[in-house]
Design a protein around this ligand. Structure first.
Ligand code: FAD
Length: 380
């Protein structure tokens, strides 16, 4: 069993961990990332993200990558449509590009960050099983292959089911009461024209009776759809997802009476994958533990209904790196300053995300969301 020492070790190469490593790098601090994926191409990074001016874009500025980011923005991706279950269009905005929430493909954004790091920063195929304190802020991190490393500063950026979080907190994500079934429809304009037409050029929501369909048109012309339901935690286990025809029928049974074009987003799909939505307690925080901290979903996974998770992960990564760069001689002071701002920031977003969940899946979710999208600046 070999032991290698790294001054700064980040567990998790998602958007949060990559942003932290990049902002550390531009400030002259080198780090390593350990990720369980076998390589950068191991998993498709589907999904569109809108990157907010007040957090995600600030992180990209700190990373020196905002100009490059603007080049990968999905033109027209900010368009949005809200429909009722009968197919009536309640809100439709074809985006003129006001620029504060540009949409980007998650995979393109990850590649941008990955390619900005010194070669060898990310150690792929390294699944962490746990970590233990060695004293004086140092930690030992263990991997599934039996190896261990030690660090002076350990950063848990390993998502909702973090293996680093137990060093700081006993909290675990709990089921939110919402289950997703994700579907994809490829080459939509030619192969699925009715679905392409119903979704439009960007983001799409249809809501009714405690259920919803949320979808994006992706940059490659495919449609990615989240079928969302208020459901018992065991609902997904009652469906055999190895039999796509039966699985689609089981999901559509909960969308009886919905417009046929909307049902087509499931009926005509080429992939079907279940996902339960989990969240850490709102206001999750911990007492300072020397030599270790968390960022992104590891610190505050929340339901995706505020559209903030990826933005917050990147912002956390940048803020942590900037705090460390501002106080290079005193890591503990830097971590304390980072966490002091992190806790209220993530609590505010978690409150918003829990409230959005209640609104969207409440009895009058459609009316509430129609009001939300047609009020305020820029109709949001
Ligand atoms: C359905 C859905 C839709 C969403 N839509 C949006 C949206 O529109 N906008 C938005 O801002 N956010 C959205 N989010 C939230 C967003 O995806 C997350 O908040 C964001 O990805 C968190 O980034 P992260 O870097 O903290 O963690 P992750 O993206 O989870 O990255 C964690 C990394 O750690 C690695 N890892 C995990 N465990 C280990 C281990 N034991 N050892 C080594 N490596 C490990 C993983 O391989 C991964 O690379 C959505 C989430 C969901 C579920």
């Amino acid at each position: 069993m070999s032991t290698t020492h790294f001054p700064v070790a980040i567990v998790g190469g998602g958007l949060g961990g990559l942003t932290a490593a990049r902002v550390l790098h531009v400030n002259g601090i080198e780090s390593v990332i350990f990720d369980l994926e076998s390589g950068p191409e191991a998993r498709t990074q589907g999904g569109m993200l809108d990157i907010h001016e007040e957090n995600g874009q600030k992180a990209l500025h700190a990373a020196g990558l905002h100009g490059a980011f603007l080049k990968i923005v999905h033109e027209g991706g900010q368009a949005m449509r809200l429909l009722g279950p009968d197919g009536t269009v309640r809100v439709s905005s074809e985006d003129e590009g006001d620029g504060d929430r540009p949409e980007v493909d998650r995979g393109d954004l990850r590649d941008l960050l990955l390619n900005s790091l010194p070669e060898g920063t990310v150690h792929w195929g390294r699944k962490v099983t746990g970590a233990r304190p060695l004293g004086d802020g140092r930690h030992e991190v263990s991997f599934t292959d039996g190896t261990v490393i030690t660090s002076d500063l350990l950063i848990g950026a390993d998502g909702a089911w973090s293996r680093i979080r137990p060093l700081l907190s006993d909290a675990e994500p709990a089921y939110t009461g919402i289950s997703f079934v994700e579907t994809d429809l490829y080459e939509a304009d030619t192969r699925h024209p009715r679905s392409a037409a119903v979704i439009g050029g960007g983001f799409f929501i249809a809501l009714g009776h405690g259920s919803g369909l949320l979808a994006h048109r992706e940059t490659d012309g495919s449609l990615h759809v989240y079928t969302a339901r208020k459901a018992d935690e065991g609902w997904i286990d009652t469906i055999d997802f190895s039999d796509p025809v039966a699985a689609k029928a089981a999901v559509l049974a909960h969308f009886e009476g919905w417009d046929e074009d909307l049902r087509g987003l499931v009926a005509d799909a080429e992939t079907i994958t279940p996902r339960r939505i989990h969240a850490l307690p709102v206001g999750h925080r911990w007492n300072r533990v020397p030599g270790v901290t968390l960022l992104g979903d590891a610190a505050h996974v929340m339901s995706p209904f505020a559209g903030e998770g990826a933005n917050l992960a990147m912002y956390d990564g940048a803020e942590l790196a900037l705090a460390l760069a501002a106080d290079p001689g005193d890591t503990e002071a830097a971590l304390a300053a980072y966490e002091e701002a992190l806790f209220p920031r993530s609590e505010a977003s978690a409150v918003e995300s829990a409230a959005s969940l209640d609104t969207m899946f409440g009895e009058d979710g459609l009316e509430q969301m129609a009001g939300f999208f047609t009020s305020g600046p820029a109709g949001r």
